[in-house]
Design a binder for this molecule. Structure first.
Ligand SMILES: C[S@@+](CC[C@H](N)C(=O)[O-])C[C@H]1O[C@@H](n2cnc3c(N)ncnc32)[C@H](O)[C@@H]1O
Ligand code: SF4
Length: 370
């Protein structure tokens, strides 16, 4: 592996600074401080508004990944697409105080006909936008340029195999060569146009079926020309029966204490910071505490039709009670019991390719001179 010029280190601070500094406003800074203060004080009422908006463009998907609630069709909810007007309403209401939009939940975001328009709209509101694709976005060649021009900050490419054979075991119905070719075309076009964004993160979920390819995927990531390779640990949805089939044999690749079923490794802090920081909005506007509430067991209201988001949803009695419960006893809420939030990272490693650093430095210098 000596020929592979990557290095492992946390890029989080630098990347975040680069993205957020551009759009910092006094309003956002104040909101950030208020949210952090309420979190520190463990106040179930949040004094600020959500910093992160998790928005689901659709819960429909072209693949059938066996551990994904959309892929295995285990959610009772009907399927649909978020309407652009609804999305716009949400961004207009919450965008000026928020920092980021994560455009996915369960489903393939690029199946929404307004996917690129959604990215652009959030960018004009000064938000960081990150999304994840199974490669469907590359079906239309023109999307390569559209993505480059959209302002998208980060694109996660779900590549869970270094070969067609292993890829297809999890990404059922996926098209490996289309995904790799599309990713390469995007990386090449980005380089040719001297662009830093979208930052390309190839993601590889380490499972029993592909753990022998951890070295191979690094070579592939380098060949494709992505900026970062995320080696992610697999999530088993509280289902210990899945461990035998999916958990890698090498324990270091697991997020779980392997002798204790699906119990996550050490908690860094009690509770769940996510309940103060972000809000999860499904395709029809329904607000649930987070992406793990796949059955909408805790519905806090509709972000599209609500009159007063703060009073009726964000700081409603139900949302406050939920924050309090999870803070006091995370284990008392079934879906939160083995949730990885506030535990060690869900990523085994993030490998950042060194050429990015050079470009990053150039960009920073240019920004400083401007
Ligand atoms: C549900 S997917 C939706 C976005 C898109 N369809 C995709 O697959 O990238 C959201 C994220 O969950 C990841 N994911 C899917 N199954 C997973 C699992 N069992 N454990 C950990 N992450 C998983 C995907 O790779 C993706 O980054
Ligand atoms: S591609 Fe994404 S949304 Fe679709 S089934 Fe797989 S993980 Fe789920």
């Amino acid at each position: 592996m000596d020929d592979i010029p990557f290095k492992i280190y946390s890029s989080t601070f630098k990347k975040k600074f680069k993205i957020y500094a551009k759009h910092m406003t006094p309003q956002r800074l104040l909101n950030y401080s208020l949210v952090q203060m309420s979190l520190k004080a463990k106040s179930p009422k949040v004094w600020g508004k959500p910093l992160s908006l998790f928005i689901e463009p659709t819960n429909i998907c072209n693949l059938k990944c066996p551990l994904c609630p959309t892929g295995n069709n285990s959610t009772p909810k009907g399927k649909g697409y978020m309407k652009f007007e609804d999305y716009k309403k949400i961004i207009d209401a919450l965008g000026s105080t928020a920092f980021s939009v994560t455009l996915w939940n369960y489903g393939e975001p690029s199946l929404n006909k307004d996917f690129i328009r959604m990215i652009k709209y959030a960018k004009t509101a000064g938000l960081k936008v990150i999304t994840s694709t199974n490669g469907f976005v590359f079906k239309k060649k023109e999307n390569i340029q559209e993505l480059l021009d959209s302002g998208l900050d980060e694109l996660i490419l779900a590549v869970d195999g270094a070969s067609e054979e292993t890829y297809k075991q999890y990404r059922i119905n996926g098209n490996f060569s289309e995904l790799i070719q599309g990713a390469k075309a995007l990386a090449d076009a980005k380089k040719a146009q001297g662009k830093y964004f979208p930052y390309l993160s190839m993601q590889f979920i380490i499972m029993k079926s592909n753990e022998h390819e951890v070295e191979e995927i690094q070579k592939l990531a380098k060949e494709v020309g992505v900026d970062e390779l995320i080696l992610k640990t697999v999530y088993l949805w509280n289902d210990a029966k899945m461990a035998e089939k999916y958990l890698p044999q090498d324990k270091k690749f697991s997020r779980y204490l392997t002798d204790e079923g699906v119990k996550c490794k050490t908690s860094i802090r009690p509770g769940c910071d996510g309940l103060w920081i972000g809000v999860n909005i499904n395709y029809d506007g329904m607000v649930v505490p987070c992406c793990f509430d796949t059955h909408e067991l805790f519905k806090f209201g509709n972000a599209v039709t609500v009159k007063d988001f703060d009073k009726e949803i964000w700081n409603s009695k139900q949302f406050q009670a939920f924050r309090r419960n999870v803070w006091e006893d995370k284990g008392s809420v079934q879906m939160c019991k083995n949730c990885p939030t506030n535990t060690e990272s869900q990523d085994y490693a993030r490998l950042k390719f060194s050429h990015v650093e050079v470009e990053e430095l150039k960009e920073m210098e240019a920004a400083a001179e401007a």
